[in-house]
Design a protein around this ligand. Structure first.
Ligand SMILES: Cc1cc2nc3c(=O)[nH]c(=O)nc-3n(C[C@H](O)[C@H](O)[C@H](O)COP(=O)(O)OP(=O)(O)OC[C@H]3O[C@@H](n4cnc5c(N)ncnc54)[C@H](O)[C@@H]3O)c2cc1C
Ligand SMILES: NC(=O)c1ccc[n+]([C@@H]2O[C@H](COP(=O)([O-])OP(=O)(O)OC[C@H]3O[C@@H](n4cnc5c(N)ncnc54)[C@H](OP(=O)(O)O)[C@@H]3O)[C@@H](O)[C@H]2O)c1
Length: 491
C-alpha cells in the first residue's frame, strides 16, 4: 500500500454537519474510534455541543484521511469536487458514501460519480436511507430499519454489513456499486407504488361525485350550496370508500378463478391482475382513510334536520281560533337507523384493527396465520358490516320507493352493488368443490390440458439462455475495485 495505515480501527468522518455528527455519535456509542475531519477544525468545539465528543479529535480533512483507513463522506454531492486535492491520500482507502441525490440523476449515482473521481479508492454506498435524526436517536434500533449496502468489493461489503449490524440496523447486501442508483432513489421516492391506487380512488370518486351532484342539484334540487361541504360531499366519499374496500377484496377471487382457468399455478397472472393484487394494501388504507372522513362528517351532521329519514316524527296538533296546525317534533331514531349506526361502528373497529396490522412493527408480532386471520378474515367481515350498514341506512328510503323515486336512485343501493358482488364471488370461491380444486392447484397440481406447455417451455428455455448469458457476463466482469487495506481487524 502506498499510504501508511496508522490504525485499522480508526474511522474518519468527513463533515461536521447534521449527518456527520449523528453517525459519529452512533459509531462512538458502538465502540469505534472516531476522528472527525473538517475544513475548519479549530472552530469545531464539538465537546461543547455534546459530551460524547470529549476526547474526539477534530482535525483537518487531510489529516483525517491520512489517519483513517475507513472514511465516511458526510458531505453533499456538490462539494465532492473540493476533495479532489486529496486524491492521492485517498488511494487504497475505503469510503462510505452516505449522500443522497439533490436532483434525480437517472444515469449515475453519487457513489459511482465518486468512484469515477477517485479510481484508486473503494467506495461503499450505505446509510443514505437513514435520517440524521434516526441515526442519532439511541433508542432507535428497530428490526425493520434496513440499511442497503453496495460496493464492487464483496469483502468490503461484508465488513460494512457487520458494521451496520453493530450500529443497530439491518444490513441488506445489494451487490455491486451500480445498485446505489436504486438505493439513492429510495429516500426521495414519494409513496412508491401508491400512484395507481390514488388514481383509481380519484376515478371512483369523480364518478360518484358527478352522480351525487346531478341527483341532489339537478334532478331533485333538494340542497343548496350551504350543504355541499358536509352533507353532499359525504355521499361520494362514503361511496368511494366502500367501493375501494370491495376492490381490495375482489382480486383474490379473480386470481383464484384465473388459476382455475389456467389449471396451474405456474402460469403468471396477467400484469393488470398482478398490479391489482399488489395494490391491495394501499387501496385498503385509502378506504380506511375515507371511512374516517365519512364517520366524522356524519357525526357532525347527525340530527333530524340532516337525516329526517332516520327519525320518528311525532305530530303535535296546535289549535288556534281559526285553524288547526300540525307541528312535527322529532323523537327517537328509527330502529333501522340505530342498527345502521351500530353496524357502521363495528365495521370501523374491524378496519382499525386491519389498519394496525398494516404497520410493519405490528405485523412482525403476528405469525402468518394470525396476520391472514385479521387481514383476510376480519377484512371480509368488515366488508360485510359496511354493506349491512349501507343497506340499513338505505332501508327507510327503499321502503318508501315509488315509481317516481326509484330504489335505483338511492346512492346507498348503488354503492353496495360492487361490494355485494365481491362477497358473493368470495362465497362462491370458498364453496368446498371450488376451494378444494383451487387448493390442489395451489399445492402444485397441474391439470393435463393446463399449461400452455409450448409457451411455458419456450419461456423456460428463454430463462435458461438469459441465465447463461448473465453467468458469462459475470465471469467476464472481473472486479475492478482498487486495492484496499486488510479489513479483518476493523471492529
Ligand atoms: C385497513 C387495511 C389495511 C390493509 N393492510 C394490508 C397490508 O398491510 N398488506 C397487505 O398485503 N394487504 C393489506 N390490506 C388488504 C387486504 O386486507 C389483504 O390483502 C388481505 O390479505 C386480502 O385477503 P384475501 O382473502 O382477499 O386474499 P389473500 O389473503 O391473498 O388470499 C385468499 C386465499 O388465497 C390463498 N392464496 C393466495 N395466494 C396464494 C398462493 N399463491 N398460493 C396458495 N394460496 C394462496 C390464501 O391462503 C387465501 O386462502 C389491507 C386492507 C385494509 C382495509
Ligand atoms: N441530514 C440527513 O438526515 C441525511 C440523511 C441521509 C444522508 N444524508 C447525506 O449526508 C450528507 C451530509 O448531509 P448533512 O445533512 O450532514 O449536511 P450539512 O448539515 O449541510 O453538512 C455538510 C457538511 O459538509 C462539510 N463540507 C465538506 N466540504 C465542504 C464544502 N466544500 N462546502 C461545504 N461543506 C463542506 C461541512 O463540514 P465542515 O464545515 O466541518 O467542513 C458541512 O458541515 C449529504 O450528502 C446528505 O445527502 C443526510
Amino acid at each position: 500500500m502506498a499510504n501508511a495505515i496508522v490504525d485499522l480501527r480508526v474511522l474518519g468522518v468527513i463533515g461536521t454537519g447534521d449527518f456527520g455528527l449523528a453517525i459519529s455519535k452512533r459509531l462512538l456509542r458502538a465502540g469505534y474510534n472516531v476522528i472527525i475531519g473538517s475544513r475548519f477544525p479549530e472552530e469545531r468545539d464539538l465537546a461543547k455541543r455534546d459530551q460524547i465528543f470529549a476526547g474526539v479529535d477534530v482535525v483537518s480533512i487531510e489529516e483525517c484521511i491520512k489517519t483513517a483507513t475507513m472514511l465516511v463522506f458526510a458531505i453533499h454531492k456538490k462539494h465532492f469536487n473540493s476533495l479532489l486535492e486529496f486524491q492521492d491520500i485517498l488511494s487504497g482507502k475505503v469510503v462510505i458514501d452516505v449522500s443522497n441525490q439533490d436532483k434525480r440523476d437517472r444515469n449515475e449515482s453519487n457513489a459511482e460519480y465518486l468512484a469515477s473521481m477517485f479510481p484508486q479508492t473503494c467506495f461503499v454506498k450505505a446509510f443514505n436511507v437513514v435520517s440524521a435524526y434516526n441515526m442519532e436517536n439511541i433508542g432507535y434500533c428497530t428490526e425493520e430499519k434496513r440499511v442497503y449496502v453496495a460496493s464492487d468489493n464483496p469483502e468490503v461489503r461484508h465488513v460494512i454489513c457487520e458494521m451496520v449490524k453493530l450500529l443497530g440496523f439491518v444490513p441488506v447486501d445489494m451487490g455491486r456499486l451500480r445498485m446505489s442508483r436504486g438505493i439513492e432513489k429510495m429516500p426521495i421516492r414519494l409513496f412508491s407504488g401508491w400512484g395507481g391506487s390514488f388514481l383509481i380512488t380519484l376515478l371512483i370518486f369523480v364518478v360518484w361525485f358527478i352522480y351525487a351532484v346531478f341527483k341532489f342539484y339537478v334532478r331533485m334540487k333538494i340542497y343548496d350550496g350551504a350543504q355541499f361541504p358536509l352533507k353532499v360531499l359525504n355521499k361520494p366519499i362514503c361511496m368511494t370508500a366502500i367501493t375501494l374496500l370491495a376492490i381490495t377484496y375482489l382480486p383474490s377471487s379473480v386470481a383464484g378463478m384465473t388459476q382455475i382457468y389456467y389449471g396451474t399455478r405456474h402460469k403468471r397472472f396477467p400484469r393488470w391482475l398482478d398490479k391489482w393484487l399488489k395494490a391491495r394494501k394501499s387501496l385498503g388504507i385509502i378506504a380506511l382513510f375515507l371511512i374516517f372522513i365519512h364517520v366524522m362528517m356524519s357525526t357532525l351532521t347527525m340530527g333530524p334536520t340532516y337525516y329526517p329519514d332516520f327519525y320518528v316524527f311525532k305530530s303535535i296538533l296546535l289549535s288556534t281560533n281559526k285553524s288547526e296546525l300540525f307541528l312535527y317534533q322529532p323523537g327517537w331514531m328509527l330502529w333501522q337507523a340505530e342498527t345502521a349506526m351500530f353496524l357502521g361502528i363495528i365495521a370501523l373497529m374491524l378496519l382499525l384493527i386491519l389498519g394496525l396490522t398494516a404497520i410493519p412493527s405490528v405485523a412482525h408480532t403476528l405469525n402468518w396465520r394470525e396476520w391472514r386471520f385479521v387481514q383476510s378474515g376480519c377484512g371480509h367481515v368488515a366488508l360485510f358490516f359496511c354493506i349491512a350498514h349501507a343497506i340499513f341506512r338505505g332501508l327507510p328510503n327503499w321502503a318508501k320507493a315509488t315509481k317516481k323515486v326509484h330504489v335505483l336512485d338511492s346512492l346507498a343501493f348503488l354503492a353496495v352493488i360492487i361490494p355485494v358482488l365481491t362477497l358473493l364471488f368470495k362465497l362462491f370461491m370458498i364453496m368446498p368443490c371450488i376451494a378444494n380444486h383451487l387448493h390442489k392447484i395451489r399445492q402444485g397440481f397441474d391439470r393435463e390440458d393446463s399449461m400452455d406447455s409450448k409457451e411455458e417451455s419456450t419461456s423456460k428455455s428463454h430463462d435458461r439462455k438469459k441465465f447463461r448469458r448473465k453467468k458469462k457476463s459475470k465471469e467476464r466482469d472481473v472486479f475492478t475495485h482498487p486495492p484496499v487495506a486488510d479489513l479483518q481487524d476493523i471492529p
